[in-house]
Design a protein around this ligand. Structure first.
Ligand SMILES: C[S@@+](CC[C@H](N)C(=O)[O-])C[C@H]1O[C@@H](n2cnc3c(N)ncnc32)[C@H](O)[C@@H]1O
Length: 281
């Protein structure tokens, strides 16, 4: 089995303290829900982590049935502490322990690079989605931002990410292969001036950042040394341009499907039931 890129059980207690982990209501879900005849929709978040997305969604869609899946029990325990009424299920994103056609909307945010069996995840997401349902995958797109500061100071992180993340083109092709239709791909380029002293304070803890956790200690220390030297050469203060790119890919399960796609996505129920379990405290 592939070794996990990051051991999320070890950092689960730190996760919510990282400022950028907070989430607003998912605009993708709101836009999908507006087209549904009822608010009673079933929503799955693959790699839900500490549950922030589903918990935020609950405020806007309180009749929806929400389920979060994550293989790391430590992350799910944090989620359950905040919202025990949401179903938190421990399972891998590529072996979803649900019946066919159980969900109307599936999100997968900043997770896909962690999943070993990526094609399996897409196929299983397609299987558990109802016809007319929507799958929305959002992630960093390393292929579109080689100048992200993480990659400049920690070049090993670029190499690891280019291996672990699929490019938007590959994702689109594989989603089509899994059966998704009406695909749309949006890239969001974010450019800004980074205060390097503030960035140093952020990266020197390593925190919950998977770009820093996925590289060897020596590579992390080398990047940190370089940053320390540059800061001292600039009297502790300087700024650099930063650029990160996010990609959002949406795909729908057609209301009617060719038989070949139905067969490809059918998995015996018994096997699925054994694949996951509800999380306890
Ligand atoms: C960067 S966090 C994102 C969490 C959450 N989606 C968010 O946006 O805050 C990555 C998540 O992927 C989960 N993860 C790791 N391997 C996974 C797998 N094979 N299947 C599903 N989720 C996985 C981790 O436990 C972690 O919660």
């Amino acid at each position: 089995m592939r070794q996990a890129r990051v051991n999320y059980d070890a950092i689960a207690h730190l996760y919510d303290a990282t400022p950028y982990r907070a989430k607003p209501v998912d605009p993708e879900l709101i836009s999908f829900a507006k087209q549904c005849p009822t608010d009673e929709i079933a929503v799955l978040d693959i790699g839900c982590g500490t549950g922030n997305q589903l918990i935020a969604n609950r405020g806007a869609l309180n009749s929806a049935w929400m389920v979060g899946v994550d293989p790391f029990a430590g992350m799910l325990r944090q989620a359950k502490r905040k919202a025990a009424e949401i179903a938190w299920v421990q399972a891998d994103g590529s072996t979803l322990p649900f019946h066919d056609q159980s969900f109307d909307f599936i999100s997968c945010q900043f997770v896909f690079h962690h999943i070993g069996n990526k094609s399996g995840c897409l196929t299983d997401a397609f299987r558990v989605l109802r016809p007319g349902g929507r799958f929305v995958l959002r992630n960093v797109s390393p292929h579109d931002c080689p100048d992200w500061l993480f990659y400049i100071y920690f070049p090993e992180a670029a190499a690891v990410d280019l291996h672990d993340f699929w490019s938007p083109e590959t994702l689109q092709a594989e989603m089509e292969q899994a059966g998704f239709a009406t695909l749309t791909v949006d890239r969001q380029h974010i450019r800004y001036e980074q205060d390097m002293r503030a960035w140093f304070d952020e990266v020197r803890t390593r925190g919950t950042c998977s770009q820093l956790l996925a590289i060897p200690d020596a590579a992390y220390e080398a990047g940190l040394d370089r940053l320390t030297q540059e800061l001292s050469a600039h009297g502790g203060l300087f700024a650099r341009q930063n650029h990160v790119c996010f990609v959002t890919i949406r795909g729908e399960k057609p209301k009617s499907m060719p038989l070949s796609v139905c067969r490809r996505n059918s998995v015996p129920v018994g096997r699925r039931r054994r694949a996951g379990r509800a999380i306890s405290n």
